[in-house]
Design a protein around this ligand. Structure first.
Ligand code: PLP
Length: 398
């Protein structure tokens, strides 16, 4: 062979041999080679296990999907390039062969609301919102709308309300709908929606599961009845997660339970410290015995794990509620807690929902959701809790 040909082919397509790598490597190949066309044909036809094209499956993706599926108690999973892509895929899969109508919780991540309205509703799917924490109102909305899909979050963003997943799953089944639960805030350490009767559990992997602020990814986990349609839609729509992100996510997940336990414990301490602070108007945290969903939380969450998100409203100076200006002054004074969007990372992060997660909603829509101008959302990290509290203290003093 000439040097040009050698440069292209030499060293590639080696058989692995009897050894197995201890951790999953990053498989960047976009297509796979077989000894015969007969075999490739069987793989394409799903008669024989194997890989053919990276939009369909990759060894990196399959390994991650198996891992997340085991954490969530599902049958199969589809890793996607973002949490939003995973929500899109799960809702689209839920609607196949069902009525083209969705009932969603009224308090949801802003981009999810936007997805429902600008993608699904714009394509002719009926979309209606209802309070997932008011079971009678939610049941009535489902009975009236007769949706094919119900979409809720385990812990809502940013007010940390907790819905009755198991009861909503029953409502979904009684009405022939599929229940999709965004489990990003709770993580499978707290709640596993499929075990409570949901049909799909979705995650922004970007958050607690990958956990280090360096991966954008999502995953939809589902049951035996929906996995084929989820995979088929994914092969067609192509939202797949790249192999490097799969690798980083698997690496992150190895310490996820340790990180999450520490973050939950830190969040409990931070929330009770904030509750006693004179500059804090109100704290939203699921461990609060006065939380409006305390009974559901006791029923669904394990003891002492309440998540690691704490939202709170800053008190205004004088009788006025705090506004954007005072919140910005407080956030600008933070020295260690990172002022940035996202959550679930090892470092503590603070976000101003009206500016980021719920920016796309009108002020009226935000007001209806209870997101006031003095509200901030803290994602508590794994740092020493004394340092987190000290930073909050000096910034509140400022
Ligand atoms: C609850 C929730 N679901 C989904 C998403 C979307 O995830 P991604 O940014 O990975 O698309 C986010 C992002 O912040 C989120 O907070």
């Amino acid at each position: 062979m000439k040097i040009d040909t050698k440069a292209v082919h030499t060293g590639d397509r080696k058989k692995l041999g009897p050894h197995v790598p201890v951790t999953t490597p990053i498989y960047t190949a976009t297509s796979y080679y077989y000894d015969s066309m007969e075999q490739l044909d069987r793989v394409f036809g799903h008669e024989e296990a194997g890989y053919c094209y990276a939009r369909h499956e990759t060894p990196s993706g399959v390994a991650l999907e198996e891992l997340v599926c085991a954490l969530e108690g599902g049958y199969g999973a589809q890793a996607c390039a973002s949490g939003m892509a995973a929500i899109h895929m799960a809702v689209a899969a839920a609607l196949v062969d069902r009525r083209k109508s969705i009932v969603a919780a009224s308090a949801m991540y802003g981009a999810t609301v936007n997805l429902l309205m600008t993608v699904f509703e714009a394509a002719g799917v009926g979309v209606r919102f209802a309070d997932m924490c008011d079971l009678d109102a939610f049941r009535a909305a489902v009975a009236e709308a007769q949706p094919g899909c119900i979409l809720i979050e385990t812990i809502s963003n940013p007010l940390l309300r907790v819905g009755h997943i198991d009861r909503i799953a029953e409502i979904a089944r009684e009405n022939g709908a599929a229940l999709v639960v965004d489990n990003t805030f709770a993580t499978p350490l707290l709640v596993r929606p499929l075990e409570l009767g949901a049909h799909f559990s979705v995650h922004s992997l970007t958050k607690y599961l990958a956990g280090h602020g360096d991966v954008m990814g999502g995953v939809a986990i589902t049951d035996q009845g929906h996995i084929e349609i989820l995979r088929a839609l994914s092969r067609t729509m192509g939202p797949v997660l790249g192999p490097f992100e799969c690798y980083l996510t698997m690496r992150g997940i190895k310490t996820f339970p340790l990180r999450m336990e520490r973050q939950c414990a830190n969040a409990c301490r931070v929330a009770s410290w904030l509750s006693a602070h004179p500059r804090v108007e109100r704290v939203y945290f699921p461990a609060d015995p006065k939380h409006p969903d305390a009974a559901t939380i006791r029923r669904l969450f394990p003891a002492n794990l309440y998540g690691a998100m704490v939202s709170f409203e800053i008190k205004g100076v004088g009788s006025e509620a705090a506004g954007r200006e005072e919140v910005f002054r407080f956030m600008d004074a933070l020295r260690m807690i990172v002022r940035a969007t996202s959550l679930g990372d090892v470092h503590s992060m603070m976000l101003y929902p009206p500016m980021s997660s719920h920016r796309e909603l009108s002020p009226k829509h935000r007001e209806r959701m209870g997101i006031r101008d003095g509200l901030v959302r803290l994602s508590v990290g794994i740092e020493a809790v004394e340092d987190i509290i000290a930073d909050l203290e000096q910034a509140l003093g400022a």
